[in-house]
Design a protein around this ligand. Structure first.
Ligand code: HEC
Length: 500
């Protein structure tokens, strides 16, 4: 009996030893068989039972291009054709990756906790810039850029998920002018403007992200049909924001649901660039609604925000220097359902503090509403300490559980761009992040650029190819030399002809 058992154990031991030695001696040190996660096999954003909402009806049939340590992601993008998957292995890549084709997937391969890392070394402006449709960017660590971690320009059907984005300058994840997108499971910190900035977009879900130590956590700006759910926004200047920035071609923000988020201790000092919209956010802002309509705030845990838990203001209050007669300035039909709110307003600042003092109150409220706006409602005002909600009627709904996503169940067609539209698109897709017609954003107002370069589009092209820091009170403008030559001239002419 005993010797039989011994033989079995010895055989097993030799087998395991053989497997170990075989692997050690005969396999290549390169890991080349890391499986493709199943969700990658499908190329479409849309409703499904899958929590990532990727639908199951389109099998992956592109080519797989691998980028290994020492290689170039941009070279792989240049080689790729629509439908291809680029897999990037662990290593440090100091690049600006520009993706101007459709249906390209960029996927980091994480091995034993080693991530592929894009490091801008505080010299490179952007990590990923895409203008294609159907772009997927996942599993990357992105650090030390000067401009943006991931920026999209007019690309539809995008998925950006499972990335770490730390100290990448102005924005972390910034899809601009895109429709039908998903931003989920990302972790972002130390971003000087918005960690996640959904700008001039439609139908975007922002789910399960952590944003902290930034000026604005998650910002829904001049965008419609957005679901912000299950995120953890903490230790920013402002946690979650839905607002209208005047002077942009899309004039409205509406149909936004802020649901099931943790909005905690957003008391960070404001380190936004002077003149940017977010530079005006008072530290201690949990949720900010400015001039946005039909926003529903439901089932969030909002605590420890020292100015106030929820602030709802119109444009004259929140952005007094803005002048855009085409932006309707009031937050209308805001609905506040049940939220857990406590320990907010412990150390109010600025205007809110002054207003509360007129009420003989040294604390900020859970909910603060100021300025115009009609049709707003609240489910149970008595649950909170409020200011300015006298005109809020009782909410007509109890929850939003019927709405599970704002993404579409099929990819939307790409925006068609004629030559004539190129200038407009480039302006709103690229320049408008920093320039607005009548007011100062990160850069000077476009009407000033017009006056300086009147009749001289080449002067603008020369400047954007090689910008110089001309103004003491503005940061340096990042070079836009990656743009195609026809786009540069088109945008220069577009700027000089702008009327608004
Ligand atoms: C990341 C922010 C940012 C983006 C994007 C940006 N700019 Fe700027 N731009 C600035 C800043 C900041 C300045 C002021 C720089 C200074 O004066 O030192 C500026 C200044 C300018 C000027 C003034 C030059 C002068 O002669 O005084 C022009 C022209 C200009 N930008 C054009 C553009 C165009 C065209 C685009 C889009 C293709 C663009 N910018 C995109 C931030 C940006």
């Amino acid at each position: 009996m005993k010797s039989k058992l011994f033989k079995i154990i010895r055989a097993l031991f030799l087998l395991v030893l053989g497997m170990f030695l075989g692997k050690f001696l005969f396999s290549s040190p390169e890991v080349d068989t890391v499986p493709i996660p199943s969700t990658m096999k499908y190329r479409k954003v849309g409703i499904s039972e899958d929590t990532t909402r990727l639908a199951q009806n389109q099998a992956f049939d592109g080519k797989i291009i691998e980028v290994k340590k020492g290689g170039s992601i941009q070279a792989a993008v240049n080689e790729a054709k629509p439908g291809d998957l680029i897999r990037v292995f662990p290593g440090t890549y100091s690049e600006n990756v520009y993706v101007d084709k459709d249906n390209i997937s960029l996927q980091g391969v994480v091995i034993n906790g080693d991530w592929p890392t894009l490091d801008g070394k505080k010299e490179i402006n952007d990590a990923f810039l895409y203008s294609g449709n159907g772009i997927l960017i996942e599993n990357f660590k992105i650090v030390n850029y000067k401009g943006n971690g991931v920026m999209g320009q007019a690309g539809n059907n995008f998925v950006i998920r499972n990335n770490w984005i730390i100290d990448t300058g102005v924005y972390g994840i910034f899809p601009q002018y895109g429709k039908n997108g998903l931003i989920e499971h990302n972790v972002l910190s130390v971003i000087a403007d918005a960690a996640i900035y959904v700008g001039m977009c439609d139908n975007v879900d922002v789910l399960h992200n952590e944003v902290f130590d930034s000026v604005a956590g998650i910002e829904i700006e001049n965008s419609r049909h957005c679901l912000v759910e299950n995120n953890y926004a903490h230790d920013n200047t402002g946690g979650l924001l839905a607002f209208v920035t005047p002077g942009l071609p899309i004039k409205t923000t509406f149909d936004v649901i802020l649901r099931n988020n943790f909005v905690v201790n957003n008391n960070h000092e404001n380190f936004g660039a002077p003149g940017s919209t977010v530079a005006g956010i008072p530290p201690g802002t949990g949720i900010l609604i400015m001039a946005a309509d039909d926003v529903i705030i439901e089932n969030n845990i909002i605590t420890g925000n020292n100015n106030s838990g929820i602030t709802i203001v119109d444009l004259p209050t929140g952005a007094p220097s803005a002048k855009d007669p085409n932006s309707e300035p009031n937050p209308d039909r805001v609905i506040i359902l049940d939220n857990i709110m406590y320990e907010n307003g412990n150390d109010p600042t600025g205007e809110l503090k002054a207003i509360m003092l007129t009420q003989m109150d040294t604390k900020g409220p859970d909910i603060f509403a100021y300025g115009g706006g009609t049709g707003s409602t609240i489910r149970d005002k008595n649950r909170y300490r409020t200011f300015g909600l006298d005109h809020y009627g009782p909410a007509q709904i109890t929850d939003t559980r019927d709405i599970t996503t704002f993404t579409m169940d099929a990819p939307v067609p790409p925006r068609s761009v004629s030559k004539e539209e190129l200038g407009e698109l480039t302006y709103y897709g690229v320049c408008a992040g920093c320039h607005a017609f009548g007011n100062r954003l990160i850069g000077p107002p476009t009407e000033i650029l017009q006056a300086i370069h009147n009749g001289n589009p080449q002067g603008i092209v020369d400047y954007i190819n090689n910008p110089k820091n001309l103004r003491e009170d503005y940061p340096e403008m990042p070079p836009q030399d990656y743009l195609a030559d026809d786009a540069k001239m088109a945008v220069a002419e577009y700027i000089l002809n702008m009327k608004e």
